[in-house]
Design a protein. Structure first.
Length: 135
C-alpha cells in the first residue's frame, strides 16, 4: 500500500462514515493542516466517503487485515472509531480517540489510548506530541 515509503512520523486517521457535515469540515481542515504545515505523512483509513487531504488516502479500500498492516506502519492513530483504536493497539500503535465515552474522563489515558471527548485540534496535537515523547 506504499505506507512504508512515506516520511515519518506517519499519522493514521480513521473516521466514522456517519460524521455530521460540520465535523467532516473540521476533520478536513485538521488533515489539511497536518499535511501542509508539519513534517509528517497522513494516511486516511476507515470508511469515510468525504475527500480528505492526505499523503495517502486509503479510506474504504482496505479489509480489516489490510488496515492492520497499514496501521503497523504508523507512528500513531487519531480516530473517531473504537474499533480502529483496538486494531492499532493490536499492532503496537498508540491511539488518540476523539468522541464521547461515558466510562472515561476527558483526557484520560489507558495503556496506549488517550480519549478526548470533543474535536479540539490543539488538544489532539498536544496528545500526539506527548505520545511521541513517550516512545
Amino acid at each position: 500500500f506504499g505506507a512504508c515509503t512515506l516520511k515519518k512520523p506517519r499519522i493514521g486517521v480513521a473516521l466514522n462514515a456517519m460524521l455530521a457535515a460540520e465535523a467532516q469540515i473540521q476533520w478536513q481542515r485538521f488533515c489539511e493542516s497536518l499535511v501542509e504545515h508539519s513534517e509528517c505523512s497522513v494516511m486516511v483509513l476507515g470508511e469515510t466517503k468525504i475527500e480528505m487531504p492526505a499523503s495517502k488516502n486509503l479510506s474504504g479500500k482496505l479489509t480489516a487485515r489490510e488496515s492492520a498492516a497499514v496501521l503497523s506502519q504508523c507512528d500513531i492513530l487519531v480516530t473517531t472509531e473504537d474499533n480502529y483504536a483496538a486494531l492499532a493497539l493490536g499492532v503496537g500503535v498508540d491511539a488518540i480517540v476523539i468522541g464521547p465515552d461515558k466510562t472515561a474522563a476527558d483526557g484520560e489515558e489507558y495503556t496506549g489510548i488517550v480519549r478526548i471527548h470533543e474535536f479540539l485540534p490543539e488538544r489532539i496535537l498536544m496528545a500526539m506530541h506527548q505520545r511521541s515523547k513517550r516512545v
